[in-house]
Design a protein around this ligand. Structure first.
Ligand SMILES: N[C@@H](CCC(=O)N[C@@H](CS)C(=O)NCC(=O)O)C(=O)O
Length: 215
């Protein structure tokens, strides 16, 4: 049985997983979850796939199932360590600790601002929840700007968030960061020279290009 990802090609959380699969050089089958029909909220999906009613879910070739996009990516790196790009450093405790620190930067100082901006401007309307609350967006943008000033300092000393090598901590930024650029907010990255170089480096990876082209 091939590795199966239950999700949608355009979903940000699914893209985190498919980019990781591409970096690892792993073949997979993307099984579309029918959002329009509410498949992700059906009793069968909640029971058999994801109890919180969201995507993505990965079922490995041996039948092992796991959900939560960042957990799936970490699992893939551990399970398929010797394949493709090493996405979590294994050299020593310090390197692993610095990776965890960088991963925590994404979940603590990027995602809490970037994801709700994209929600307001894109997904709110799609879900029929009304128009974007632009006052909220302005506050979130200001908060994210302050965090990215710190990113710029960190990235003035090293090319990637965990140090010298690209890791999952960088990869986790790609889906929402790319939405920000599509929404005309690219200056968040471009106005900070070290953030800009980092963003250019990570978005030019073939894995991310391939995932964006997938339908
Ligand atoms: N923490 C979860 C979040 C999953 C999530 O929110 N997925 C979105 C798509 S990116 C979803 O399924 N939304 C449908 C809904 O909320 O009903 C993860 O990282 O996997």
């Amino acid at each position: 049985m091939p590795i199966k990802v239950y999700g949608l090609a355009m979903s940000t959380c699914t893209q985190r997983v498919t980019t990781t699969l591409a970096e690892k050089g792993l073949k997979y089958e993307l099984v579309n979850v029918d959002f329009a029909a509410g498949e992700h909220k059906s009793p069968k999906y909640l029971e058999e796939k994801q109890p919180f009613g969201v995507i993505p879910v990965l079922i490995d070739e041996d039948g092992f199932k796991i959900y939560e996009s960042r957990a799936i990516c970490r699992y893939l790196e551990i399970k398929y360590k010797g394949k493709g790009t090493e996405l979590i450093p294994s050299k020593d405790a310090a390197a692993q600790g610095l990776f965890e620190q960088a991963a925590s930067i994404e979940t603590g100082y990027f995602d809490p601002y970037a994801a709700p901006i994209v929600f307001e401007r894109v997904f709110k309307k799609m879900k029929g929840l009304g128009e974007s609350d632009e006052a909220r967006v302005a506050t979130l943008k200001q908060q994210l700007s302050e965090k990215l000033d710190v990113y710029d300092k960190i990235l003035s000393k090293q090319p990637y968030l965990a140090g010298q090598e690209f890791t999952l901590a960088d990869l986790f930024h790609l889906p929402y960061g790319t939405w920000l650029v599509k929404l005309g907010e690219g200056s968040l990255f471009e106005s900070r020279p070290n953030v800009k170089s980092w963003w250019d480096r990570i978005t030019s990876r073939p894995s991310w290009k391939a995932v964006q082209e997938a339908k």
